[in-house]
Design a protein around this ligand. Structure first.
Ligand SMILES: [Ca+2]
Ligand SMILES: [Ca+2]
Ligand SMILES: [Ca+2]
Length: 227
């Protein structure tokens, strides 16, 4: 019986895709090459695979999932709530709006950046294996409205990690402790570092003017002891 065959795509080699297969194959997926790729998602695409090479991939308006693959990649979240996976290599992952993004550095030494908080919400940063660097534009935290707050959550239990608070000085922040979690409170939001007082998290926090706080400094500020 002939029914609905206008949905189908016929290839020269005899392959036929029906509608389900077309949706599965073209449902917003973009795949790069094993060389260096540069790609920015549009509204039709929400899953990006960089594969090998040093890729430069940027999210679009959707809630995108971006996979860097092997190599040192640059992945940028913008619009929607994006999830970035650096995977292997020394990757740079950037949340450009700081709006409910999730960044996973993966293996090796990655840099995870929140470039600016334009709205409230939480951003989740996971460096994974390796010595990872976290960079948070703290100044933008102070510029969002009084009624909403921008927040970042850092969870990292391996390597020697660093947090850079851009645009902030030591007088802009207040350190608090909630069980083993360090909470860095600013006027416009907070940064939580999971299990900081159990030896996870970051070894040093850098401020703009060159001030550095290490683990011991953080311990003494919140009145705890290193376990
Ligand atoms: Ca590639
Ligand atoms: Ca990578
Ligand atoms: Ca890493």
């Amino acid at each position: 019986m002939y029914r609905g065959n206008w949905y189908n795509i016929y290839f020269d080699n005899g392959t036929v895709w029906d509608r389900d297969e077309i949706e599965a194959q073209t449902g917003g997926k973009w795949e790069g090459t094993n060389d260096n790729d540069t790609f920015t998602a549009n509204s039709d695409v929400s899953v990006l695979y960089g594969l090998d090479g040093e890729d430069h991939l940027t999210g679009g308006v959707n809630n995108d999932y971006i996979y860097g693959g092997n190599g040192d990649d640059i992945l940028i979240a913008q619009g929607g709530s994006d999830t970035l996976y650096g995977e292997a290599g020394n990757d740079t992952l950037i949340s450009s709006e700081g709006r409910d993004d999730r960044l996973f550095g993966g293996d090796s030494d990655d840099t995870l950046i929140i470039k600016g908080f334009t709205t409230g919400g939480w951003n989740w940063l996971y460096g994974g294996y390796g010595n990872d660097t976290y960079v948070v534009d703290g100044k933008s935290l102070m510029n969002i409205s009084n009624y909403i707050s921008g927040n970042a959550y850092i969870s990292d239990s391996s390597g020697s990690n660093t947090l850079k608070l851009e645009g902030l000085s030591v007088s802009d922040v207040m350190m608090k402790r909630d069980d083993q979690t360090l909470i860095i409170q600013t006027e416009g939001g907070s940064i939580k570092i999971d299990n900081q007082f159990e030896g996870s998290g970051v070894d040093n926090i850098y401020f703009d003017n060159g001030d550095v706080w290490n683990r011991m400094d953080l311990e003494s500020m919140v009145g705890g002891t290193i376990i």
